[in-house]
Design a protein around this ligand. Structure first.
Ligand code: DGJ
Length: 692
């Protein structure tokens, strides 16, 4: 048996082994899976017979440049002005640390040093990978992926991805890729609504699931290629707006991080790995209870005034909300979506007694106060635009198009970042604002920065990302008490860099019950419940119009961070009383929901769908059970209750329903499941089980 230079990184339950290839100067995957998986011949090993390709084209390589790998796609494409494209490098050494590894490769002709970086994340089964590039001469990086991952497969690879559109984000899709390429991404300067930067790969029907997620709130791609020799190779990285990035002499470019996860327990187990990772990203702030919010957007739209908002706030406080957020429409010039953006001053006509007294009146109701902003946006009719037309993206000699009647500020400019920071500092210090909803409703179109020199030397996408993250970091350090909600016309900008700097995100503008269920089902595959903001509203369905009860809307919204967005003024006293009961129940269990282990029970296509949250230490299990509307006619015909089989409980233990007092053995709950006798007017329940 040949001996290779190998390095193994260990996470809680997994190991990831990289080796230096016996065939040439590159690193390749030896094994990735449950701990110990590297003991045995590599499942990625191959015959080394190649026809019409080079050995490196067939290798399960971790990262390769075009040049060295000529035919089968590479992660790095480098050009020198007037010279051939391509990199041919040699191995230049490894540095191993506690949970980290750095493998260096150098191309002396280009004086390019490429370092493949690995880092395990304590307490999770996630390994972070990224690449650092340094050169002594100026180079153009036409492709600069973060990493490639290799997964051996016996047949077609099962790919699971989250795709959609505005108002229908995070729909779970699957395809079996036998040969060829599957690619997804965004050129919208944000992850976008069309695809989440997240992918899961399985070997056909096999349970074990591999996942990747790219930490980059700008342009991106994830590309999976099923190769002939029984592997699927996935490449992922940012996509520069200018087509290439100039690597300046002596400077190091660091790519975004690619988080790589593994679970032997299928997609459901993989989701728990991602949830734990996102709790890690949240850090200590996980222990801050996410307060039950009321948001006025669906009730009042742009029609915001003190009297109307206070009327809503009184009912919200009565039913148990803890935070009142005034959405779009509170600032000057914002009668509709044609004006106002950029001029972040409260509209005196809407708040005749002053904004300060209005905020205090809300707080006097016992509610925290929150505010909506869209800091990157500017209306062409605003004062800001009149004063700083040079702050928006534009291309000389080209018309600037409007989307939602607005333009986008070039947040890559330091002066724009300083303006945004100054504006937010002013709003957050002048008034007792403890919650900020950061929205973004238009991607960049004519993306240029006139007067900044040759366009091909710019890296506008990365600069915008850096500006966005700088402002978010500032919010965290200067206003640590402020909770931040990330939003981009719904779920248009949700990825790990945003999640590390916000407290919750808004997955979609679609709050209709069955539509939302399907969005949340996909969302929970990739993201944790403590970041999933969800409102109870009056919205009818867009894609699935079947009516659902108020209970359904509550239980559905309680699957994440509960909020209310309905026009409470129109609610009857019975509806308000029911809402109050649900909010009380939610407050009792939100800690389990936000910090527990999640099991997705079935799919929203099943007649009964559920989400189970376990806090094994406290012996508490919360089950959100939802009837999706396929009734069997009971009790008109002999019908038995629907059953929702739970998972992960202890067979021998006994569990008591905290409300009904019924007790069940673990075996019963795992084998038969919890019973639900759904009726047309009873389509959701929240069950709390206490382990005896
Ligand atoms: C889009 C957001 O997703 C909505 O929740 C709302 O804030 C509107 N923008 C306001 O313009």
């Amino acid at each position: 048996m040949t001996s290779y230079q190998r390095w193994t990184l260990c996470t809680e339950h997994t190991s990831y082994t990289v080796r230096l290839s016996p065939d040439g100067p590159w690193a390749e995957l030896d094994a990735w899976g449950p701990r110990g998986v590297e003991e045995g011949p590599s499942a990625l090993d191959w015959s080394r017979r190649t026809h019409f390709v080079t050995p490196v084209d067939a290798a399960p390589a971790e990262y390769l440049p075009y040049g060295l790998r000529p035919f089968t796609e590479s992660e790095l494409v480098v050009a020198r002005p007037g010279r051939e494209r391509g990199v041919w490098w040699d191995f230049a050494g490894a540095e191993e640390g506690e949970g980290s590894l750095r493998l260096a490769f150098t191309d002396d002709v280009l004086s390019l040093r490429t370092v493949l970086c690995y880092e395990t994340v304590p307490g999770t089964d996630v390994i972070l990978r990224w690449t650092e590039l340094t050169s002594m001469e100026e180079l153009r990086l036409e492709r600069l992926d973060s990493a490639a991952v290799n997964i051996p497969v016996a047949g077609p690879a099962r790919l699971t991805y989250l795709a959609g559109q505005w108002s229908q984000e995070f729909q779970r899709h699957q395809l079996d890729l036998a040969r060829g390429t599957f690619t997804m991404g965004s050129l919208q300067g944000a992850p976008g609504h069309a695809y989440a930067p997240w992918l899961a790969v399985q070997d056909g029907d096999a349970e074990a699931a591999y996942g990747i997620a790219l930490e980059w709130p700008g342009n991106w791609h994830i590309t999976a290629e099923a190769e002939p020799g029984g592997t699927v190779r996935v490449r992922a990285g940012r996509v520069p707006h200018e087509g290439a990035v100039v690597l300046a002499p002596g400077k190091t470019l660091t790519t975004p991080r690619l988080a790589c996860a593994f679970s032997p327990e299928g997609l459901d187990g993989l989701s728990r790995v991602w949830h734990r990772y996102e709790r890690h990203l949240t850090g200590e702030r996980i222990h801050r209870p996410r307060r039950v919010l009321y948001n006025s957007w669906e009730a009042t739209g742009f029609d915001v005034d003190a009297a109307g908002q206070l009327e809503l706030a009184k009912v919200a406080a009565d039913i148990g909300a803890e935070l009142f957020v005034v959405d779009d429409g509170w600032f000057t010039g914002r009668a509709d979506d044609t004006g106002g953006l950029g001029d972040w001053y409260p509209d005196p006509a809407a708040f005749p007694q002053g904004f300060g007294p209005f905020v205090e009146a809300i707080r006097a109701l016992g509610l925290d106060f929150g505010l909506w902003v869209e800091p990157e946006a500017v209306s062409p009719t605003s004062r800001l635009y009149a004063e700083h037309p040079e702050w928006v993206y534009r291309i000389d000699g080209r018309p600037t198009r409007l989307i939602r009647n607005q333009l986008l500020l070039d947040l890559g400019r330091t002066d724009v970042q300083d303006f945004v920071i100054g504006t937010l500092d002013r709003l957050l210090t002048e008034h007792a604002v403890s919650y900020l909803k950061w929205d973004m409703n238009r991607p960049p179109t004519e993306r240029g920065r006139p007067a900044a020199g040759p366009a091909e030397r710019l890296d506008l996408d990365a600069e915008h990302v850096a500006g966005y993250l700088r402002v978010l970091d500032h919010l965290r350090s200067a206003h640590p008490h402020v909770m931040v909600e990330g939003c981009a016309g719904g779920g248009g900008r949700i990825e790990h860099a945003t999640l590390a700097r916000t407290d919750v995100v808004w997955p979609s503008d679609n709050t209709a019950p069955l539509d939302r269920l399907s969005i949340q089902y996909g969302f929970l595959h990739a993201h944790a419940p403590h970041v999933m903001s969800s409102w109870v509203t009056d919205a009818p369905g867009i894609f699935d119009t079947r009516p659902r009860s108020l209970a359904f809307r509550f239980v559905n919204a309680m699957c994440g961070v509960l909020g209310i967005g309905a026009d409470l003024r129109a609610w009857t006293s019975e509806q308000r009383a029911e809402a109050s009961r649900w909010i009380t129940r939610y407050k009792e269990v939100r800690e389990v929901i936000h910090q527990g282990d999640v099991q997705l029970l079935g799919t929203p296509k099943d007649p009964t769908f559920g989400v189970q949250y376990d806090d094994p230490k406290a012996g508490r299990t919360v089950v959100a059970a939802l009837s999706t509307g396929h009734l069997d006619g009971a009790p008109l015909v002999p019908g038995r209750p629907a059953r929702l089989r739970l998972r992960g409980l202890t067979t021998e233990a006994r569990y008591r329903d905290a409300v009904s007092g019924s007790t069940y053995s673990g075996a019963h709950l795992l084998h038969y499941g919890l019973p639900f006798a759904w009726r047309i007017d009873h389509d959701a329940e929240l069950v709390v089980l206490i382990r005896q």
